[in-house]
Design a protein around this ligand. Structure first.
Ligand code: ATP
Length: 195
């Protein structure tokens, strides 16, 4: 199955872009949602608590704040957590992709190049937006402060780093129309040989 990886910084508009691909009949796998769903699995809960060194599921539900405090202050712990969650999500993706009947599928992920995820994609597209738009969108969408958005941005690569690895770029600056950009990538994907 041909896979288009779609990534971009927080608030760049990945989900909006994916909705347009969905409208063209392309199935979308939301890696971030699937990663969050992993924490409901008791086996994963045990693995995470053991590797973080404390029980992070006191009442069966993840203490997100506690986990964030641990991993954002300890790179090794962040890597250990990624080492648990990413293979799970990759497995779920493979199973899901094999069930799809479409010319190609999309893997949407906030961090793709950061984890080497592009190696499992036929092509990748980076969604970019000016920083001020990303900040104001997320403050409005999630009801958080500018500092909180900036803290989340710190854990992601810059657009300059990601641009070097991306096959396509989608500019979501609220001036350039998105639909023709999405359609051009859709057409290119159809021309690709099947994997
Ligand atoms: P995250 O990484 O947090 O999941 P994302 O990259 O998926 O973010 P979206 O959720 O698609 O970003 O967009 C963030 C917010 O900005 C949403 O509320 C969305 O409706 C809005 N938004 C995105 N693009 C546009 C646009 N071109 N015009 C108006 N609003 C937009």
């Amino acid at each position: 199955m041909k896979v288009l990886g779609i990534t971009g910084g927080i608030g760049s508009g990945k989900s909006v872009v994916c909705q347009l691909f969905l409208a063209l009949g392309i199935p979308v796998f939301d890696s971030d949602r699937e990663a969050k769903a992993c924490y409901g699995d008791v086996r994963i809960q045990e693995l995470v608590s053991n590797s973080m060194g404390e029980n992070l599921f006191p009442d069966g539900k993840l203490d997100r704040e506690k986990l964030a405090t641990i991993v954002f202050s300890d790179k090794q712990k962040l890597e250990a957590l990624n080492g648990i969650i990413h293979p799970e999500v990759a497995l779920k993706f493979d199973t899901w992709a094999a069930e799809q009947d479409a010319p190609f599928v999309i893997k949407e992920a906030a961090i793709l190049f950061e984890t080497g995820g592009q190696q499992r994609c036929s092509k990748t597209a980076l969604v970019t937006s000016p920083q001020h738009l990303r900040l104001s969108r997320i403050m409005k969408r999630d009801g958080v402060t500018e500092e909180q958005v900036r803290a989340r941005m710190k854990n992601q690569w810059s657009d300059e780093q990601k641009r070097k690895l991306a096959d396509f770029e989608i500019t979501n600056n609220e001036e350039l129309p998105l639909i023709p950009q999405v359609k051009a990538i859709y057409d290119e994907m159809l021309l690709l040989e099947r994997d």
